[in-house]
Design a protein around this ligand. Structure first.
Ligand code: BGC
Ligand code: NOJ
Length: 807
């Protein structure tokens, strides 16, 4: 069952009922200012950091879900108030759609012949949300109505805001000037920033005190001020500051009126904060308000946002006979890659914006799906990440977006982290050819004086893995590897203890076959960087070392029919036929085969076949089987989840593209595509009632077979699945891979795809590539009409290049 449809031409998903299984959200903003916005206009916004600079309040765990957000109330005398986005009023609408587009959302509601259309977006160059509300009277008679707006301010630090009430309820402060409400809590002391909510026409009332606006014991769905059709002109002193405007409107038959609201953030210099005692210097807010005063300027800003996205996405466009592939590749998958690049795992409807900042491994992997979009921003991110590496090569696990400093509370010791830095740096150079990044001086842990070239940071990543190995010569796992919940050195027995940071059993024994596979893959990548841009002898030595690790895997990391997952702190096997539960894990199978381990001795073949036999379902590939049915201290958080959930045997989507890519390594296009398809949103859309989450983006997990909700997805949006799925479909399946000297063409296709056309902008040249299946024994590639040897199209200096590929 579906709750909407894709409008590919408009690059939108159109939700046709407010009653979706969960709030279906979109993201506004591309760089510093972001809004999360649900299909009923719920959600919140923040500037740069979802914890420290949150503008509006959002209640996770709230009932009904998704209250608050951007509230607009339309009130005609004697009739119930209603909202064009359905919430907060919940008054039944005669018509409703929500169009989630790229960086904007439109809500069109209609009741009693009055149509309300609310368009929300963050313009490209300003720190604000624009809410454009058009009302049209579609009846034959005049309509007199009152329009109320309402947003609830968050007192900036979202953690304090949700817990430090003894202080919070005293500090709220606002100013009202003309049609604008200014939020200035803590501005009197150590903050130089304020928020504002203005509207481009005269108001007939306002409220800034939530209690005055709502009245006693009422919710956002039914405020007293709206009920009585009159704002209270309240000024908040402490308690709960809000921003609400009242506008009185008369609409002739057929008349439409458009109102522009701006909800923004501004920062002043510390010596230029005030215009009088306790009066904010509002120059910056006023400039933004003036800029969007006219309908035309708001319209132009929206048009510019749309063109920006069209241009950005044009870097990889496919036209095939499969519209689902096309819409994912051309629109939604790339869009999700931008969102995960921007937000890492910080703010979604499942990530509270207060916990994790930018994850090290997460951001490195997110870059793989983003680097072709805006390589300059990828470059900056790589250098930020390298700056939280320690001199021994290990890294902080996370950093805070506002300060860029490593997060001390979590620290380091996630032993896969360092190797991901090689993955993203290599991807960046393959995309851009910009080897200069390798020679950028970057500090260790931000320490002045510790700067070394990025190349040296990569060397330390490799050395860290080598220097931290266990009894079998396999890499030590530390607190965890990619699987955050396989905690082999944390023996936790107290509720509330962190599974990751309470490393009370630093065994120096627990080893990870997954990291070993990663090492083989990224040591080879590092070797290639050495051979091309550094010391060829070091490159050669590296290849040797990668080869030795491969031998160690085959000797100590092989379980007979698949790769082992790990050795625990006592040297026992994890992910083995000898285990009663957790016999096979997907990660080492997929990673080892992606690294090329076992392609020659048959292990790869066997490992992948075992995955098919044990882990593949119609909803995707499960992380492990059989799931753990009891908590086991020596394995950690993974066994804390009920069977079939999260790391304990759900379909953990992130690994699915790894497995699909591994299938392409053995040339199995049909299998690779089937794995791609099973978790692909454009396909799961059909099962939205079961799947539950947004049908246009990937989710982190889908309930596994042994759980009580097989097929139900959770944790949508912020997942490494986005980047890896894009790498999978664009590079491994459709086969257009950026390489150091040019584009390499190596498709691995399912039978259902016989031809397609890709436009790919690469290093300034637009490649127009057509691929046809002609059942040749050897692919034939023509570049601008000339047959070439091999499958590498050298980087071109021309503006366009025509490529014909016959397979
Ligand atoms: C989750 C993991 C996540 C980790 C982050 C765990 O509770 O299950 O998926 O990576 O927390 O700390
Ligand atoms: C989500 C985390 O963000 C990611 O870093 C981790 O690899 C997966 N969970 C698996 O545990």
């Amino acid at each position: 069952m579906k709750y909407g449809y894709f409008d590919d031409l408009a690059k939108e998903y159109v939700v046709t009922t407010p009653l979706t299984p969960l709030p279906w959200i979109n993201y506004l903003g591309n760089k510093d200012f972001f809004g999360l916005i649900s299909h009923t206009a719920g959600g919140y916004c923040f500037c740069r950091d979802a914890r420290l600079q949150r503008l509006t309040r959002f209640r996770y765990n709230n009932v009904p879900a998704d209250g608050g957000g951007r509230c607009y109330y339309i009130k005609e005398k004697g009739k119930p108030a209603w909202s064009p986005a359905f919430l907060p009023c919940k008054t039944p609408l005669d018509a409703y759609v929500c169009r989630h587009g790229l960086g904007y959302s439109v809500f069109a509601g209609m009741r009693d012949g009055l149509a309300g259309e609310l368009t929300c977006f963050v313009p490209l160059d300003d720190h604000c949300e624009i809410h454009r509300l058009s009302l049209s009277n579609q009846t034959e008679s005049e309509k007199t109505l009152k329009l109320f707006s309402m947003i609830e301010w968050c007192l900036w630090d979202a953690v304090d805001d949700s817990q430090n009430f003894q202080r919070n309820l005293n500090i709220g402060e606002v100013e009202v000037e003309d049609n604008t409400i200014y939020h200035k809590t803590e501005y009197r002391e150590r903050r130089n920033h304020y928020a504002f909510y203005g509207v481009n026409r005269p108001i007939s009332g306002f409220d800034t005190s939530r209690d005055a606006f709502l009245g006693p014991y009422r919710g956002f769905d039914n405020p007293l001020a709206v009920d009585r059709e009159q704002s209270r002109q309240s000024i908040a002193h402490g308690w709960y500051p809000i921003g609400s405007h009242q506008i009185d409107i008369v609409l002739a038959p057929g008349e439409t009126t458009t109102i522009i609201y701006v909800l923004g953030y501004a920062q002043n210099e510390s010596d230029d904060k005030w215009t009088a005692h306790d009066v904010i210097n509002k120059t910056k807010a006023k400039a933004v308000l003036a800029k969007y005063e006219s309908e035309e300027s708001a319209e132009q800003a929206l048009d510019r946002l749309k063109s920006y996205w069209t241009e950005l996405l044009s870097k990889y466009q496919v036209k095939s006979s499969n519209e689902k592939i096309d819409r994912m590749v051309n629109i939604w998958n790339q869009y999700q890659c931008m969102v995960t690049f921007n937000l890492s795992r910080s703010a979604s409807y499942f990530e509270s914006g207060i916990g994790r900042g930018m994850g090290f491994r997460d951001s490195c992997q997110d870059l793989l799906g983003f680097v072709h979009l805006i390589p300059e921003r990828a470059r900056e991110r790589i250098l930020d990440l390298a700056s939280i590496q320690f001199e021994d090569g290990s890294t902080y696990h996370q950093y805070q977006p506002l300060t860029k400093q490593g997060n001390h509370a979590i620290g380091s010791g996630f032993n896969d982290d360092p190797l991901w830095l090689i993955a993203c740096t290599a991807a960046y150079i393959r995309e851009t050819g910009d080897k200069s990044i390798l020679f950028e001086e970057v500090p260790f842990d931000h320490k002045p004086g510790s700067e070394a070239p990025l190349f040296e940071h990569l060397r330390r990543s490799i050395t860290y893995t080598e220097n931290n190995r266990g009894p079998h010569g396999l890499p030590l796992i530390g607190r965890a590897d990619w699987n955050d919940c396989l905690n082999l050195n944390c023996f936790s027995s107290e509720p509330g203890e962190s599974f990751q940071t309470t490393s009370n059993f630093d065994s120096k024994i627990a080893e990870s076959v997954f990291i070993a596979g990663m090492y083989v893959k990224y040591a080879a990548e590092y070797a290639e960087l050495c051979e091309r841009f550094g010391d060829a002898a070091e490159g050669k030595a590296m290849r040797q070392r990668a080869h030795s690790m491969e031998k160690i895997i085959c000797e100590h990391g092989w379980d007979g029919a698949w790769f082992l997952r790990a050795y625990d702190a006592f040297g026992n096997r994890v992910g083995s036929q000898t285990c009663t539960e957790g016999q096979i894990y997907i990660e080492p199978q997929a990673m080892c085969v992606m690294a090329g381990v076992g392609l020659e001795n048959g292990f790869a073949e066997k490992a992948l076949n075992s995955v098919h036999e044990k882990l593949v379902t119609d909803f995707g590939v499960e992380l492990l089987a059989p799931p753990y049915t009891a908590y086991r201290q020596e394995l950690g958080e993974i066994t804390s989840y009920p069977p079939g959930y999260k790391e304990n045997g759900s379909i953990f989507c992130h690994n699915n593209p790894w497995f699909s890519i591994a299938e392409t390594k053995r040339g199995r296009g049909n299998e690779a595509f089937a794995i791609y398809r099973n978790i692909c949103p454009a396909y799961t859309e059909e099962k939205s009632d079961i799947h539950g989450t947004e049908p246009y983006v990937y989710s982190q997990t889908i309930g596994g077979r042994s759980g009580h909700s097989f097929g139900e997805a959770k944790n949508s949006w912020l997942t490494g699945t986005a980047a890896w799925s894009f790498v999978n479909i664009s590079q491994a399946i459709l086969g257009i891979m950026p390489d150091y000297d040019g584009l390499r063409i190596a498709p691995c296709l399912p039978d259902e795809l016989s031809s397609y056309r890709v436009e790919r902008v690469y290093r300034g040249c637009r490649y127009r590539i057509t691929v046809e299946r002609t059942n040749r024994s050897k692919p034939e590639i023509e570049v601008n009409g000339n047959l070439i040897e091999g499958n590498l199209i050298p980087a071109q200096t021309s503006a366009t290049c025509d490529v014909r590929v016959r397979l």
